[in-house]
Design a protein around this ligand. Structure first.
Ligand SMILES: Nc1ncnc2c1ncn2[C@@H]1O[C@H](COP(=O)(O)OP(=O)(O)O)[C@@H](O)[C@H]1O
Ligand SMILES: [Mg+2]
Length: 266
């Protein structure tokens, strides 16, 4: 239904933490796909206490996608965070960055498969500066969020080359490109102006909740990080809806201005 890809420019601004916070708080069925070529974090972090099997996830699903059996094999590769409801699902990532190269031929199939699922799919694509970014998945996304810490010019500046690379690699993609800021510091409108890209969401700086989501610290699911993650659902989907509406031919738009436009055309 909706594919939202999340990436960072360099460093660790908090992509995986944000993706998990979204998955845990969003009001609609959500699937988090760990497609970071440097490896997934959930099995060894947030889910470590459950001692789950490590043989399921994106790698077997990629083989299934190449064989044409992704649909049949899909459910068995997932972890249900809210069992048995299947409303907060996780597709675990690879466990060794050496496996990233073997995912390359399957990314396009996986991107198509994920984009056609009925739930909102959040894809953690990791760092753009890492080898083998999952470009076909980014190209297939409805929305690509570049995640940056808003702390200072030093944390914002890597966004400049990252955005030019994203624009270059995704030139034929209809994906909407936006920023997601982590923490306070520089004002969102300053960052948007500097990077010539809209800020679509901002998550709170909240080390204690972030530590709990990384599998350390005591679980706390009500901190500012979770509240701002829940709020981001509305702003991201509103931005996507506005984009979709703007992309429709004018006679199909469902807007208040339509009668006026028709009258003017007569
Ligand atoms: N919103 C946040 N507030 C405070 N600390 C955070 C936040 N998001 C992430 N962190 C911390 O930053 C580190 C990197 O987070 P992670 O999500 O793994 O980054 P990335 O996926 O971008 O590499 C972790 O120690 C995590 O606890
Ligand atoms: Mg990560």
């Amino acid at each position: 239904m909706t594919l939202i890809a999340m990436v960072s420019a360099k460093g660790s601004p908090g992509v995986s933490t944000a993706a998990l916070a979204f998955t845990l708080t969003w009001p609609a069925p959500t699937l988090l796909a760990e497609c970071d070529p440097a490896g997934g974090d959930l099995l060894s972090g947030y889910l470590a206490r459950y001692e789950l099997p490590t043989d399921r996830g994106v790698l077997p699903l990629a083989s299934a996608a190449l064989r044409g059996t992704a649909e049949q094999d899909f459910l068995s590769q997932l972890i249900d965070l809210d069992s048995p409801k299947r409303e907060r699902l996780v597709l675990p990532g690879i466990t060794d960055p050496a496996q990233a190269a073997s995912l390359q031929p399957a990314w396009a199939h996986l991107g198509d498969f994920l984009a056609n699922l009925p739930q909102t799919v959040l894809v953690d694509c990791g760092r753009l500066s890492a080898p083998h970014p999952p470009w076909p998945v980014l190209v297939r996304a409805d929305l690509v969020l570049l995640v940056l810490r808003a702390h200072s010019i030093r944390t914002i500046s890597p966004g400049v080359p990252a955005l030019s690379r994203l624009r270059r690699e995704m030139k034929d993609s209809p994906a909407h490109l936006g920023l997601m800021l982590i923490g306070g510091g520089i004002a969102a409108r300053e960052i948007a102006r500097h990077l010539v890209t809209p800020v679509l969401a901002r998550l709170a700086w909240d080390p204690s909740t972030a530590a709990a989501l990384c599998g350390s610290g005591r679980g706390r699911r009500t901190g500012p990080l979770m509240r701002t993650a829940a709020t981001a659902y509305g702003s991201l989907h509103a931005s996507l809806a506005a984009r979709r509406q703007a992309a429709q031919p004018i006679e199909r738009r469902d807007t208040d201005t339509l009668p006026a436009v028709k009258a003017a055309a007569r």
